[in-house]
Design a protein around this ligand. Structure first.
Ligand code: KIV
Length: 265
């Protein structure tokens, strides 16, 4: 038997036992997912952040399930090694379990993603259990939950340690295989990570988590406007693209492009 290089949910879980840090990014289309996969990420999240990053909305609420499916299908087709997780968009985490199983089931059937992500902790625990019982692996998401932006009145660091631990424990105990912890003080996220058996994936939660996730467009410098302070920009692809297009426009206008070698005889 040949060993399959593809990350699976059980392999992802084992990374924590093996004390290997987990690297995840978001992606929303084939070319970016292919690059991320080839670069060796452990997981790719087709986040509902696509509403902001790809569609230009001011928050994530506009993302629809059919759009997540459309993007997740491209990403899963590109990923040969990484675990691909698709976000369940607002307000699916508030729906009846039978409906959520139908929606999440569609994601797995139509995209070849291996898991879904669901914003929620203790309140969503019965939902997590229903999904897992139906054979749908769930990554939970505690701390700052962008789908509740209007309840919070903006994006805020989440500091209630007891609530955060209760949410994380409930998600784990009801079957989540991993948990995103977003915008939580480093000390709190580190303590939660140490108390859980399943991997925690931090974003704005410091180095004590078992892994990290960043929005790919933030880390490569392709977002314009506000960038959260927890983001590190590893490249300036946005400016490189703009410069390339400027050079192209200039050459077209000057008649330098196309040259002889770009034509047919
Ligand atoms: O939608 C998203 O991209 C996310 C990550 C930032 C965790 O939820």
């Amino acid at each position: 038997m040949t060993s399959d290089p593809r990350m699976t949910v059980p392999k992802f879980l084992r990374l924590k036992q093996q004390r290997k840090k987990i690297a995840m990014v978001t992606a929303y289309d084939f070319p970016h997912a292919k690059l991320a996969d080839a670069a060796g990420v452990d997981g790719i999240l087709v986040g509902d952040s696509l509403a902001m990053v790809v569609q230009g909305h001011e928050n994530t609420l506009a993302a629809r399930l059919d759009q997540i499916i459309y993007h997740a299908e491209m990403v899963a087709r590109a990923a040969k090694q990484a675990l691909v997780v698709a976000d369940l968009p607002f307000p699916i985490n508030q729906c009846e379990p039978s409906r959520v199983i139908d929606e999440a089931g569609r994601v797995l059937k139509e995209t070849r993603c291996q898991a879904v992500k669901l914003e929620g902790g203790a309140k969503q625990a019965p939902l997590i259990e229903a999904l897992v019982t139906a054979g749908i692996p769930v990554m939970a998401h505690v701390g700052l939950r962008p789908q509740t932006v209007h309840m919070m009145g903006g994006y805020r660091v989440q500091r209630d340690e007891d609530q955060l631990l209760t949410d994380a424990r409930a998600a784990q105990d009801h079957g989540a295989f991993s948990i995103v912890i977003e915008c939580v003080p480093t000390e709190v996220a580190t303590s939660i990570s140490r108390q859980l058996m399943i991997p925690t994936i931090g974003i704005g939660a410091g180095p004590g988590c078992d892994g990290q996730v960043l929005v790919l467009h933030d880390l490569i410098g392709m977002t314009s406007g506000y960038t959260p302070s927890f983001v590190k920009q590893f490249a300036d692809v946005g400016n490189a693209i703009q410069q390339a297009i400027r050079d192209y426009c200039e050459e077209v206008r000057e008649g330098a492009f196309p040259a002889d070698e770009h034509g047919f005889s």
